[in-house]
Design a protein around this ligand. Structure first.
Ligand code: ADP
Ligand code: ASP
Ligand code: MG
Length: 409
């Protein structure tokens, strides 16, 4: 008998019919002889609705209370799914994050899972129940409700699979696997049968929201067998996230294209070029808990330099305010900012053994007249920051240039 964790996203539980559909799938999996733990998201649109409500009442909602509000979406779906299972003759029991005891730290709205108690779930499974757990939420040491950040139900699913040493974690969503890029932007995008863990980690961190980055980190740390599949389709193998050593086959050079449209660029011009300057500029940004992404410092000729970096657009105003103070402090000439930037990245483990990927990427963008404003690379990815208005064009032409629409023989 295998133990399977199945996670169903918002669209998959978007209305009563779909909840009944999920119940049918879960019932069939249990009837096939496996023990099943299900993690569900809130019904699609519900988390956004709850955040909107909170903002109507308090313009910048108190983080603790915001988590109290937004965690309710998942509480509704666990109860409804258990009812649907019972209506189909399946024994089922629901738990909120606090009830299971998914213990997290106290970083409201972006809490990290520290520990999961498995006793209650094990007992129920052994008694023949399907266990249904609310995604996206946990509880801190003091008993406060916490949430795990947008898309956090994926992380609940993988973390439960790790804690229960499940045979597989299946992420059911509205696409039938991980594609070469978001199929909503490029209809020719191709489903990948498998993708390496490292590539999936890059894709998720560079903006592909099909899996929350922390869920991929968990899968890597605990070697969870992770698969992405559709809840709207019968059968199908989906996409398996593999650990590279498992693979004897040759890898394609580029596996996918990720993008993020929510970037903003800030430039400090005319900064005196002396030791410690990067720290003086970025230190206060880090202290404000703002993540800095790409960074460029120019070579200086006249003793001054220019320093640019990108942040998430949500942090744009706060960053600008901090830089205004930094400017006076370090004696910089000017601060310039552009809030409508996007980042496009090509990802592939095959880059390690192939040259010319960067030049092909830059040539392809140049031929479309797309100006590259910043570049950053790692062993298996190349990212560029461009004007947001060219994002979709950039993704499409790169997808074609790297022949990602072609089936590899
Ligand atoms: P869920 O509600 O099930 O968690 P999400 O909306 O969070 O679903 O994630 C699924 C969506 O991710 C897809 O509908 C698709 O538009 C988007 N997506 C982005 N990049 C990719 C990719 N490389 N492969 C598949 N889907 C992707
Ligand atoms: N409901 C949460 C969200 O919309 C968590 C999730 O769906 O994964 O972000
Ligand atoms: Mg999601």
């Amino acid at each position: 008998m295998a133990l399977i964790v199945q996670k169903y996203g918002g669209t998959s539980v978007g209305n009563p019919e779909r909840i009944k559909n999920v119940a049918r799938r879960v019932a069939a999996a249990q009837a096939a002889g496996d023990q099943i733990v299900v993690v569900v998201s809130a019904m699609s649109g519900e988390t956004n609705r709850l955040i909107g409500l909170a903002k109507e009442v308090q313009s910048t909602p108190d983080p603790r209370e915001l988590d109290v509000v937004v965690s309710t979406g998942e509480q509704v779906t666990i109860g409804l799914l258990c009812m649907a299972l019972m209506a189909q003759g399946v024994k089922a029991r629901s738990y909120t994050g606090a009830q299971v005891r998914i213990l997290t730290d106290s970083s409201f709205t972006k809490a990290r899972i520290l520990k999961i108690d498995e006793d209650r779930m094990r007992k129920d499974l052994d008694e023949g129940h399907v266990v249904v757990v609310a995604g996206f939420q946990g509880v801190d040491d003091a008993g406060n409700i916490t949430t795990l950040g947008r898309g956090g139900s994926d992380t609940t699913g993988v973390a439960l699979a790790a804690a229960l040493r499940a045979d597989e974690c299946q992420i059911y969503t509205d696409v039938d696997g991980v594609y070469t890029t978001d199929p909503r932007i490029v209809p020719e995008a191709r489903k990948l049968d498998r993708i390496t863990f490292e590539e999936m980690l890059e894709m998720a961190s560079l903006g592909s929201k099909v899996l929350q980055i922390r869920s991929v980190e968990f899968a890597g740390k605990y070697k969870v067998k992770l698969r992405v599949l559709s809840s709207f389709q019968e059968g199908g193998e989906g996409t398996l996230i593999t650990f590279e050593d498992d693979l004897k086959m040759e890898q394609p050079i580029i596996s996918g294209i990720a993008f993020n449209r929510d970037e903003a660029k800030l430039t400090v011009l005319g900064v005196p070029d002396r030791p410690g300057i990067a720290y003086q500029i970025l230190g206060p940004i880090a202290e404000a808990n703002i993540d800095v992404d790409m960074i460029i410092q120019n070579v200086s000729f006249d003793g001054t330099t220019d320093f640019s970096f990108t942040v998430n657009r949500n942090d744009y105003e706060r960053t600008l305010k901090i830089l205004d103070e930094v400017k006076a402090h370090v004696g910089a000439r000017e601060v310039r900012a552009d809030r409508s930037m996007a980042k496009v990245s090509v990802v592939g483990v095959g880059m390690r053994s192939h040259v010319g990927i960067a030049s092909k990427m830059f040539r392809t963008l140049a031929e479309e007249g797309i100006n590259i404003q910043m570049i950053s690379t790692s062993e298996i990815k190349i990212s560029v920051a461009i004007d947001e208005k060219y994002l979709e064009l950039a993704v499409r032409v790169l997808h074609k240039a790297f022949e990602l629409d072609q089936v590899v023989a």
